[in-house]
Write a protein that binds this ligand. Structure first.
Ligand SMILES: NC(=O)c1ccc[n+]([C@@H]2O[C@H](COP(=O)([O-])OP(=O)(O)OC[C@H]3O[C@@H](n4cnc5c(N)ncnc54)[C@H](O)[C@@H]3O)[C@@H](O)[C@H]2O)c1
Length: 368
């Protein structure tokens, strides 16, 4: 079926895990079980068919370096776990800084002195031959994400939004309209990891609802030790992240919005603990009422490597997006977004249903 030419915006820990993942599984046999992805070969595309053709960042540590080198520069801490060529032949190009770098992150990200122009980013995308670009900017990069989405649109490149700015899921559907008109796919927003806090919390809440327990209150507290968590120390940058994570859980319950409106739901990044590195720890509390008013309380803890959680999901998303491209489908692709994103344009009633949508789409039984 050919190759998938992909580009990344933001060469951080997620990008490193994803790019390495495509090499880690490059030559794996088609019938092998590979943890974290639905199939080794999906819709005709092997994991190793994903090729990296462009990368954009704003850090002095990364811009101008070959991607194989750039992804191990500070402050990245994803370890080297794949056999990579010494060079990937892709030089990291400069992007627009805009609101990508919060004041408290300036020293850590070390941004270049001058922003790239819109035309420069456009040239990077066009000249590379990229078909798909994935956005990995820090939480709170509202303006920068919209500017990159505009560049993707103008360059005719499919846009996958891995982080919580609402592009695929914007409430007035403006982005959907623009990408439809151009005939290029738009997928997002905010990745839901393989077995991350969101899918775990959704599953617990769904179980309680399915067994007739009335959920009365719930929280999810997340801590981690990488720049993602350090960036999220500033509450003003978290508005969309909280909406994304909260709605992913409340959407399971018919009365979820009311519960959140009454202040009985609190979900989001909670602290930065540097020595944890890429390890993410999530604590869950759910209190409900069961038969005859007796209480049920669930307390749980989940510990994962946060970046590999992202990479596995994204490998399926990239291949789903490529299939949409091959079929000439532009605009939002709900069946690719629902299983792998916290804030998709259409939220599936359950994760099982989201996977049914995805598989039907891959098999050509679902239009988008
Ligand atoms: N499981 C997960 O890790 C997960 C799940 C869902 C969403 N996300 C989101 O994915 C995003 C990426 O996470 P990460 O851990 O790779 O972050 P990171 O901090 O490791 O990397 C961010 C990268 O973006 C670069 N950058 C900053 N501003 C930029 C700009 N304007 N233009 C281009 N590059 C810019 C930085 O230099 C850095 O290389 C975050 O928003 C995170 O919340 C991650």
């Amino acid at each position: 079926m050919g190759k998938i030419k992909a580009a990344v915006i933001g060469v951080g820990n997620c990008a490193s895990a994803l790019i390495q993942g495509t090499f880690y599984y490059k030559n794996v046999a088609e019938d092998e079980f590979v943890p974290g992805v639905s199939k080794v070969k999906l819709g005709g595309y092997h994991i190793g068919d994903i090729e990296w053709v462009a990368a954009i960042d704003i850090s002095k540590y990364k811009v101008g370096k070959d991607l194989a080198e750039a992804m191990f520069q500070p402050p990245n801490l994803t370890p080297k776990f794949a056999n990579l060529p010494a060079k990937l032949g892709v030089e990291v190009s400069p992007g627009f800084v805009l609101d990508g770098v919060a004041p408290h992150m300036k020293e850590r990200f070390n941004p270049v002195d001058n922003d790239a122009r819109f035309e420069d980013v456009l040239d990077t995308l066009k000249n590379s031959g990229a078909e798909i670009v994935i956005n990995f900017l820090p939480v709170g990069s509202e303006e920068a994400t919209r500017q990159y989405a505009r560049a993707a649109l103008e360059a005719g490149v499919a846009f996958i939004n891995g982080m919580p700015v609402f592009i695929a899921s914007d409430s007035d559907g403006e982005w959907d309209k623009k990408f439809r008109e151009k005939g290029i796919p738009l997928v997002g927003d905010d990745v839901k990891g393989q077995l991350g806090a969101t899918v775990f919390h959704r599953t617990l809440v769904r179980l309680m609802h399915m067994r007739g327990v009335k959920v009365e209150e719930t929280y999810q507290l997340n801590i981690g030790g990488n720049t993602d968590f350090e960036n999220m120390l500033v509450e003003e940058r978290l508005k969309s992240k909280r909406i994304s994570k909260t709605s992913a859980v409340t959407s399971i319950l018919p009365y979820g919005d009311e519960l959140a409106g009454n202040g009985k739901v609190r979900i989001g990044p909670s602290d930065y603990v540097p020595f944890l590195g890429n390890t993410k720890i999530a604590y869950f509390h759910i209190k409900g009422t069961s038969f005859a008013g007796f209480p049920v309380v669930v307390e749980a803890k989940l510990q994962v490597d946060d970046k590999s959680m992202f990479a596995g999901a994204m490998i399926d998303v990239i291949r789903g997006t490529k299939i949409a491209l091959d079929r000439g489908i532009g605009g939002i692709i709900p069946s690719v977004s629902a299983p792998f994103f916290k804030h998709p344009p259409i939220q599936a009633p359950s994760d099982e249903t989201a996977y049914v949508w995805f598989n039907e789409f891959i098999e050509g039984k679902r239009e988008r």
